[in-house]
Design a protein around this ligand. Structure first.
Ligand SMILES: [Zn+2]
Length: 429
């Protein structure tokens, strides 16, 4: 299958305008041509982009996708109450099938908003892996120990999860990361099993890290004054490529540790401000050369899966926290949401370039808030929203086109199912 996109403003962040005008050719699942005028030839499909923006799909570097089922649960209460009285009791009632439908709803939201790749951390693996596979989206799946499980054969548990992922997904679209929920929910035995597992199999790591002040305080008390980055360093958890989610409460030494090991950070500003966790020190981390990418986190703390909102917040929170609008540029934020995320997740996407995966979205410029369309990069970061995306392609497959979803389930059926599930898991019976 060969597709020609014509007459597009192709996002190229390292050019003067931030874009070039021209054509893109997709052959199978790969970008084959990017330039002024595609070679003459026969194409299975020709799409006239009409001067709109063609750009790489967003990489959502931290998500618990099926938490869409919990949208709006315990919105305005402290984190501990939100988690223990709202989220956890409902999650305990979820079956594999529930998680399948929650995942499908999240995937619909992803393609609607131009997200083509995501990092997944959830449970009920049979449910969510089947949804990912059916939809055709690209994902990196975290396999990790059960939270607070102290009596397992931890290594074997990871092996079992890996088998589920391998059985249910396509390795051309899905890769694996060894995932620790956090230092306060994972025992030392579990950490050591994870390190051995990752070393044996050659997998990278990911973890929620330094998300709240309480996490940092408790860690220094329990682990000989080590802060969370120092503690995971002592466990050997930074000896392999590591993606750390949140990193809100980081001092100079913490930042230096992550920089020394070449770790990446996924910042999740909506979640951090909604749960009143704080503002991540993006400027300081970036200055130390840490690869910063962006995640939505789960819907229960966001409450929507829109990278445009996250980009706006990464930029503006960094500026206001230092009272300086020059500390971060729109171009840097776009890189975080695309190429930096792809780098952190180890996928060959995130740029419109020959040889990259054909993960492509089209953005409509024909709205008042996108005009004048002279400064595309600025419009994308400060003005655009998810609903400006009108076409989404993952690995050469069209998954969303002008209101039509192609993710393996009918959108109306997804809405019906998630409402039924939500009613059931909300009840106290
Ligand atoms: Zn999270």
């Amino acid at each position: 299958m060969k597709t020609l996109f014509q007459n597009a403003k192709i996002l190229k962040l390292n050019t003067d305008n931030g874009y070039i005008t021209g054509d893109v050719v997709v052959n199978g699942n790969i970008i084959e041509y990017v330039g002024k005028k595609a070679p003459n030839g026969s194409y299975d499909k020709v799409i006239d982009v009409n001067g709109n923006v063609l750009m790489p799909g967003f990489v959502n570097a931290h998500a618990h996708t099926a938490m869409t089922l919990l949208r709006g649960v315990k919105d305005d209460v402290p984190l501990q109450e939100w988690l223990m009285d709202g989220v956890v009791p409902m999650e305990e009632k979820m079956t594999d099938e529930d998680v399948y439908w929650g995942q499908m709803l999240g995937i619909a939201e992803y393609v609607r908003n131009g997200i083509t790749t995501f990092e997944e951390n959830y449970f009920n693996y049979e449910g969510f892996t089947k949804a990912i596979n059916k939809s055709g989206l690209r994902a990196r799946i975290g396999i990790g120990p059960k939270i607070n499980d102290r009596n397992n054969n931890h290594y074997q548990y990871l092996e079992n999860l890996l088998q589920i992922v391998k059985n249910n997904t396509d390795e051309s679209l899905v890769n694996v990361v060894v995932y620790a929920h956090s230092i306060y929910t994972i025992s030392e035995d579990q950490f050591y099993a994870m390190v051995k597992f990752a070393n044996d199999k050659g997998y990278p790591f990911s973890i929620h890290l330094s998300e709240t002040l309480k996490e940092v305080g408790d860690c220094t008390v329990e682990h000989k004054e080590l802060t969370p980055p120092g503690y995971i360093e002592s466990l050997g958890f930074l000896d392999r490529p590591c993606l750390c989610y949140h990193c809100v409460h980081m001092d100079k030494d913490d930042i230096q540790i992550l920089a020394d090991y070449g770790a990446s950070v996924a910042t999740c500003p909506s979640s951090n401000i909604k749960l009143a966790s704080g503002i991540a020190p993006i400027y300081a981390m970036q200055n130390k050369g840490i690869n910063i990418c962006i995640g939505t986190d789960g819907v229960a703390s966001n409450n929507c899966l829109d990278m445009f909102k996250e980009m706006f917040l990464v930029s503006t929170l960094s500026k206001v926290s230092l009272y300086d609008p020059s500390v971060i540029t729109a171009k840097e934020v776009l890189e975080m949401a695309t190429i930096n995320g792809a780098r952190a997740l180890g996928v060959n996407s995130g740029e419109i370039e020959v040889g990259r995966n054909a993960d492509i979205i089209l953005i409509d410029l024909n709205s008042p808030h996108m005009q004048p369309s002279t400064n595309i990069i600025s419009n994308l970061v400060y003005s655009a929203r998810g609903s400006d995306v009108y076409f989404t392609m993952v690995g050469g497959k069209v998954v969303y086109d002008n209101g039509k979803y192609n993710i393996g389930e009918d959108i109306e059926k997804i809405y019906e199912k998630v409402n039924e599930i939500r009613k059931r898991i909300s009840s106290n019976d």
